[in-house]
Design a binder for this molecule. Sequence first.
Ligand code: GLU
Length: 484
Amino acid sequence: MIVNKIVRVRIAPSPTGDAHVGHARTALYDYLFAKQRGGTFVLRIDDTDTARNTATSEEGVYRGLRWLGLEWDEGPDKGGAYGPYRQSERLDIYGHYVNELLASGKAYECYCTAAELEAERQAQIEAKDHPRYSGKCCNLTAEDKGHLQAEGRVPTVRLKVISGIVGFTDLVRGWIEADTSLMGDFIILKSSGIPVYNFATVIDDHLMEMTHVTRGAEHIANTFNQLLTYKALGWTAPHFAHFSIMLNEDRSKMSKRKGATFLGQYAEMGYLPEAMLNFLAFLGWSPGGTEEEIYTLEQLQKLFSLERCTVSNAVFDIKKLDWINAKWIRILSPEDLASRLVPFLRKADLLGEDVDMEFLTQVTRLIQERLPRLDEAATACTTFLREPAVPVDELRQLLGDNDAQVCISAVIDSLESVDWDEAEIEQAIRRIQEQLGWSTKVYYMFLRLAVMGSKVSPPLFSSMAVLGKEKVLSRMQRTAASLY
Ligand code: GLU
């Protein structure tokens, strides 16, 4: 089924925002498919929709794909033998093929205005006919055109659609076909001289020698227009594969206006690129025959296959992403995780320019096990990086008749002579509890509040070991002072 030619696939985002998660999934599948066959992964920027394109969003696409580690082999910023890779720089090329189709009579100029087309559509709907262009301008003479131009009308160009069945074998879905008699001749070049997506894409996919065109299933309907265009130009179409539609959790269509749909947003929320990749891999594919869900990019590269891509809609289940993210956070080495936490802790004003990475790594070890996302590290780390306020009310409530002063003096005395090590700290602290006879619950909660400033914290002894003797003792003294 797969041709012998070297595989060439492309991701072709329209840069109307940052890198969209839908494009990211296609990019991942493209990347895996190309790399496992020693093929080429191309990045093309579909920027003919000039009103909505911005240079910054092109940068956003680069940043997003690179964040995931999906480096392309050819693209606008990299060059390659098939450039330019920005559609806005290929307008002459499209013009050439539009002229070729006009000259061969396979396309024609259409002078209908938007209002005329709308009126035609309404009339067809009223007559219970399938709305489509009537072909009114198909046989205009040079004289007719002259008159229409004199009225100030600027033509679009339409491709003549031959009635019949057009179809293709989708590598994910099998045979798909459509009846073109319901289509009407469609526009390939707008009156602005800019080609429509369906036309530009065919020209580029052909000239860039794409062997496989892969994308979301929302493009299946476009594929028929594209097949007709390949045919009109006398070209062989590439293989097509359409991946499952991505839906929000409420099963609404994922749109750029709804929820977090850009990679940059997920990066900011503290998701790891490894987790995002892993999650996206399963949004429309599964390896089968295993329950394992945690994979690296390299492992996915070995396992991925178009045959195992799913047809049914894929729901973007954020809880699943959270689960995968937490797993990945635990897989990272504490050193690696600590360095990834730095920007999040800086953002929360918990770190300055100079960072004691050794200390931060020790703190990271303590919080790693229960950290769901990088942005949550700020809350988990605060007590290690900033002196907490003494929770006087909570302490008073907890203490009841127990004498905090006596306890703190005893603990301080004992800790002062301890070699600062977790086991030694634990021994000293347990000994004092026996001496004082406080209930275990009150005693440990008291110490936790006194040292960590909160009832919730990583394990007390290891936290104390990481904080250091000086800080632990001074926090205890401060607590004692605040209570009297
Ligand atoms: N520019 C199109 C998009 O952003 C590309 C679709 C395709 O892959 O053909 O969805």
